[in-house]
Design a protein. Structure first.
Length: 219
């Protein structure tokens, strides 16, 4: 029975993580068909790593380790620049954090203590929910052609008038990593700080999104 549960957990991870990579690509209007192999390879790296972390005693480091593995995949497998990978991680992960936590708060009937328990101990149904919302979002982005175009795996020199906005965007993206990485610690160790840290991370990703739009408008 335990073996069946472990197999199910691994299958869930192989289901959900491709949608993370696909969403990252769709947000920047890249053709998913051109990245089929990198998506498969990255999923084969990300899924086992996330599954092992989920079942280990280091689960409180989930919002630190998972983004680092995701970063490795974007840089090594997809060949994106470091700072571009950070921007993609920020937008994708905070979006899916809200998708998952919104589901949890509804299931917990808006009870904060119950919400924390569900977030700490359950993730299979949440994974199906996140997968569904990601697929729906990818479909909408692809059909409507929404998203940004300034990220490319190729080295493209920015025009002089975009450098100032680009610098602010990069600094904001780097600063975002700190509050986001603290979310996992707050869920499992510092419950009383969770809402504060999540609010700070959300505010900062809004700043990143703001500069993404300004950067896009200058191209």
């Amino acid at each position: 029975m335990l073996a069946i549960e472990q197999v199910l957990e691994y299958l869930v991870h192989f289901l959900v993580w491709p949608t993370f990579f696909m969403l990252a690509l769709a947000l920047f209007r890249m053709r998913l068909k051109q990245y089929v192999i990198p998506i498969i390879v990255s999923t084969c790296i990300m899924a086992p790593a996330a599954a092992l972390l989920q079942s280990s005693e280091l689960i409180y480091l989930i919002t630190i380790i998972q983004p680092l593995v995701f970063l490795f995949c974007l840089m090594v497998v997809f060949h994106f620049k470091f700072i571009h990978s950070i921007i993609m991680i920020g937008l994708v992960f905070i979006y899916d954090v809200f998708v998952e936590y919104s589901y949890n708060i509804v299931v917990a009937q808006f009870n904060y203590e119950q919400f924390l328990l569900i977030t700490q101990n359950e993730y299979i149904m949440q994974a199906f929910w996140v997968t569904f919302i990601n697929c729906l979002t990818i479909y909408i982005l692809t059909k409507s052609r929404w998203g940004f175009t300034f990220i490319s795996p190729r080295s493209i020199k920015a025009r002089s008038e975009t450098l100032n906005i680009q610098k602010k965007l990069y600094v904001s993206a780097m600063i975002f990593i700190f509050p986001f990485s603290m979310i996992g610690l707050c869920i499992f160790l510092w419950n009383e700080l969770f809402l504060v840290v999540l609010s700070v991370a959300s505010l900062w990703i809004a700043i990143v999104l703001h500069y993404c739009y300004k950067r896009e408008l200058l191209d």
